[in-house]
Ligand binder design. Structure first.
Ligand code: FEO
Length: 386
């Protein structure tokens, strides 16, 4: 599929895919690969190995494989790199171009050596009648990541950036069906945890006069591409808040942990805004939103069979789906005889390298008025540390 003079899409459609990693993909996905038919023909990004044969056919229908000179790898996750081995088998003269981490990762993914050229930020590559410039954007969403700028055509290859798990053979954003939901879901699942890095990357491209964005999944973005850039900036920018905000999640059975949570929230509320959320009533998206907007987070769980309540574990599993930069956390909970939940929660937080306020606050069975006063103080002291 021709995108521009000397730029072809040679990717793969996968309309039947229903899960990618753990993300539902009701409309399938695409693995986009691009071929620049410059004097030095160059591939950009690859596809999943299952499609190697079709991929080689597509490439060779445009350029004989023995004429390929470079293969630019913006990111090495298997969906983009695992068919690279088949291309290198068929065209061993190719030089793979990527960041240092990308070259290292690719050697481990393919378990082989190959001709390679590691590039630094802002390096240029001369393809004869075309030129590429490389912009390192680490953690969009792996450490290996870069964007590639095709100067003469003002095309930005962004790999997972600005992608969408959406399959429509018409491929161009002005021709395909509405994919706005898949575009935002992709950001939420893949990029959101790296919001500060996303903003850094957006700053790197803010002066580019982009004509087309070529991502590695979903539609090619040729209609006002800056609107997609603006959406990423909006989503990655933290909301401005007049006061610090603390969210208190709780999972209670007979109400003791809930009473603790309310008293803690009272203490926090003396100096900060506070939200009290019942873990049993939350879906993952609500948890992610709350985690993201909070400066401090508390997790209160009853101990159940020596463990944290399932609803609270489900909250804790969302921690790494958002940026936790500069957030403080703490744990509390009521118990009957052993009381592991609060400390297990702290262990989980520490394993994620989140700054925690210790020790956890644990109250046996039903909290007394004295216990509830302790809870209020616990909340006050936590708020004072933000
Ligand atoms: Fe589409 Fe990070 O892989």
């Amino acid at each position: 599929m021709l995108i521009k003079d000397r730029l072809h899409w040679v990717g793969i459609l996968n309309p039947g895919l229903r899960y990618f990693d753990f993300i539902p993909t009701a409309n399938g996905t695409t693995y986009n690969s691009y071929l620049i038919t410059a004097q030095k023909p160059t591939l950009v990004d690859g596809v999943f190995r299952k499609y190697s044969e079709l991929y080689l056919d597509r490439i060779s229908s445009v350029v004989p494989l023995d004429k390929l000179v470079y293969y630019v790898i913006n990111h090495t996750e298997h969906d983009h790199s695992s068919a690279v081995g088949a291309v290198l088998d068929a065209a061993p003269q190719i030089t793979v171009v990527g960041t240092g981490p990308a070259i290292e990762f690719l050697k481990c993914i393919l378990n082989r050596d190959f001709r390679s050229q590691a590039v630094e930020d802002n390096d240029r590559l001369d393809l004869g009648d075309r030129h590429l410039r490389f912009l390192r954007v680490p953690f969009w969403h792996w450490p290996d990541t870069m964007f590639t700028w095709l100067e003469e055509d003002r095309v930005l290859f962004t790999c997972d950036g600005f992608g969408a798990h959406f399959c429509d053979e018409r491929m161009f954003d002005n021709k395909v069906d509405d994919f706005s939901h898949e575009f935002s879901e992709y950001y939420n699942h893949i990029m959101r945890a790296f919001a500060p890095k996303i903003l850094d990357g957006l700053d790197r491209i803010k002066d580019l006069d982009i004509d087309v964005i070529c991502p590695s999944h979903g539609p090619i973005l040729c209609t006002h591409p800056q609107r997609y850039v603006a959406l990423y900036r909006k989503w990655a920018t933290p909301a401005e808040k007049p006061r610090k905000l603390v969210t208190v999640f709780y999972a209670s059975i007979y109400g003791s942990t809930r009473r603790m949570a309310r008293a803690i929230a009272d203490g926090i509320g003396e100096s900060c805004a506070v939200e009290l959320l019942d873990a049993h009533l939350l879906d993952p998206e609500a948890v992610r939103d709350a985690l993201e907007r909070s400066d401090g987070v508390m997790f209160g769980s009853v101990t159940l069979n020596g463990d944290v309540a399932l609803a609270m574990w489900q909250v804790l599993t969302q921690l790494k789906t958002v940026s936790l930069k500069d957030k403080k956390m703490a744990a509390f909970g009521s118990y009957g005889w052993s009381g592991e939940a609060a400390n297990l929660t702290l262990e989980r937080l520490k394993s994620l390298r989140v700054p925690v306020v210790e020790p956890a606050l644990r109250i046996r069975f039903s909290p007394t008025e004295t216990d509830l006063e302790l809870c209020r103080k616990f909340g006050q002291e936590f708020a004072s540390k933000l």
